[in-house]
Design a protein around this ligand. Structure first.
Ligand SMILES: C[S@@+](CC[C@H](N)C(=O)[O-])C[C@H]1O[C@@H](n2cnc3c(N)ncnc32)[C@H](O)[C@@H]1O
Length: 164
């Protein structure tokens, strides 16, 4: 919501695969009881489905910025293929981003943090800036980040710039 207000000139697409997440977003956006009919901010679109399905349908070089804030970490090794940062996802993300566009990601989960460093350190589609340990200016605070900070965990914030 902070991004929607801060960037009225940009069109944002919010992706959330679970109905509860969409309901919680809508409750922040529209009056109680008007979730099905209330108008959304004009610069916001909702994708109430898997973000990977949307990415596969977007044209090449159509996105200026992508946020992946505190994705589900899937800490068990046997679930690693479900992680959004994954070697199998990189070409898809790179295809939809404009050259030089930023992919911003954050995680508080130590397993995921190491995984991100490994995966992004072994690819050439993105330039990887050193991780920050405090949220950079202009990034949105999130509910999950607040929860992580309250629990004493240290998030890492990465910027990956689309090469090319
Ligand atoms: C740990 S929560 C973080 C939520 C929020 N970004 C924050 O920082 O407070 C991860 C969210 O991503 C959603 N999610 C997980 N996989 C997704 C996918 N493939 N497409 C869209 N949403 C997804 C989950 O339903 C959940 O709401």
């Amino acid at each position: 919501m902070a991004q929607v207000k801060a960037h009225p000139e940009a069109t944002l697409i919010a992706c959330e695969v679970f109905e509860n997440g969409i309901c919680s977003l809508l409750s922040a956006l529209v009056e109680e009881g008007a979730e099905a009919t209330g108008p959304l901010p004009p610069n916001l679109r909702l994708w109430p489905d898997d973000a990977r399905v949307l990415l596969r349908q977007l044209p090449d070089a159509s996105i200026d910025r992508l946020f992946l804030m505190f994705p589900d970490p899937w800490p068990k090794t046997r679930h690693a293929k479900r992680r959004f940062v994954h070697p199998a996802m990189l070409e898809l993300v790179a295809r939809v981003l404009k050259p030089g566009a930023e992919w911003r990601a954050a995680s508080d989960d130590p397993t995921y943090q190491d995984w991100v460093e490994d995966v992004m350190g072994a690819q050439t589609l993105f330039t990887v800036l050193p991780a920050a340990f405090e949220r950079p200016d202009g990034w949105p605070p999130t509910r999950y980040e607040a929860k992580a900070l309250r629990a004493g965990r240290t998030p890492r914030y990465w910027t990956f710039a689309r090469a090319g």
